[in-house]
Design a protein around this ligand. Structure first.
Ligand code: ATP
Length: 313
């Protein structure tokens, strides 16, 4: 049954606790072993029905960095609504309102989160009840990180990152995040990674068994010891100031710190909630980031909220 009232959906950001990048493939992508962990920073996407006699998809975006988010078909949420409508042979008539809390171009899959959120919100609004496996296929068409934004928790992504195996995860894990001024372009970071590697042979990427065990058992020190991001040298080469951010978080007592995905957000794993708060305060005081946040993981994937009881400002 189609809904007649707005459908709000909440979608988490991700941090890559392992990002192993294989050699450049002939198609321009890289094979990855990408261990995603969903964290409690959220975007909200609300789908509202519009006049069906005037089909079309409109989008608004609010929140930090929203001025850098396109409001046309380049917006991944719009593409998600289009692809779902086409899948069901519908002429879409919907407005998508995005409220961003995930840093834009921050290496935390904000655009992918909005795509997964729009897919779920529109599927609920239109009453199309798309089976989960089909929704995941549509997510993979939209982008490598989109399937994970739908499922949340923790998962291993193979291929370009879109072939997901859900992982058991203990926790909670406590994190501090240093949000940067301005973003980094993911394709540019991959190009810098290839440049830095030059002709050095690159091994096929494999998930680290010690890291998977630490995730499963909720062992923060063991997870800290295993955190790796092959894109970090490239992100730091493009944004050298990240070295100072990483040093500030580590000096503040983080178990470990790393660049999140393609950056420039830096993620710091903490022993407990108090340590995460202290790290965030020190990061703010250090002046090496725009803002600092704390949160826990794992976070659930895209979730339809009860429009009457949940605030999504
Ligand atoms: P990833 O970690 O998946 O590589 P990211 O978190 O670094 O991505 P995004 O926030 O997804 O980066 O934004 C990358 C670019 O995508 C932005 O600069 C923007 O132009 C474009 N974009 C398209 N749709 C969105 C959206 N809904 N939210 C944010 N950016 C979007």
């Amino acid at each position: 049954m189609p809904a007649t009232t707005p459908v709000p959906v909440r979608v988490p950001a991700k941090v890559n606790v392992q990002l192993a990048v294989g050699p450049l493939r002939p198609d321009g992508f890289h094979d990855l072993a990408n261990v995603f962990l969903a964290v409690g920073l959220y975007d909200h996407v609300t789908a509202t029905p519009t006049d069906p006699s005037v089909p079309g998809i409109t989008v608004t975006c609010a929140g930090p960095g929203s001025e850098h988010v396109p409001l046309d078909r380049a917006n991944l949420a719009v593409r998600a609504a289009e692809i779902l409508a086409a899948h069901h042979g519908l002429a879409p008539a919907v407005r998508l309102d995005i409220v961003k809390d995930i840093p834009v171009a921050g290496g935390m899959a904000g655009g992918s989160a909005d795509a997964a959120g729009a897919l779920l919100a529109c599927d609920t609004l239109w009453g199309t009840a798309t089976p989960r496996a089909q929704l995941l296929d549509l997510c993979a068409e939209l982008g490598s990180d989109v399937p994970f934004s739908l499922v949340g928790g923790a998962a291993l992504g193979r291929g370009r990152g879109e072939k997901l195996t859900e992982l058991a995860v203990g926790g909670p894990f406590h994190w501090g995040f240093a949000l940067a001024d301005g973003g980094l372009s993911t394709p540019e970071v991959y190009r810098a990674c290839d440049r830095l590697r030059g002709d050095t042979p690159v091994a096929a990427p494999e998930a680290d068994p010690a890291l998977l065990a630490a995730l499963r058992t909720g062992d923060a020190p063991a997870l800290a010891a295993a955190l790796t991001n092959d894109l970090q040298p490239a992100a730091v080469s493009l944004r050298p100031s990240l070295a100072a951010t990483l040093a500030a978080g580590t000096a503040a007592g983080a178990l470990a710190g790393l660049v999140s995905g393609s950056g420039p957000t830096c993620a710091f794993l903490a022993a407990d909630a108090g340590a995460a708060a202290r790290i965030a305060r020190s990061l703010t005081d250090s002046g090496t980031c725009r803002a600092a946040r704390t949160t826990t993981a794992p976070a659930p994937g895209a979730t339809v909220l009860d429009a009457t009881s949940e605030s999504h400002a």
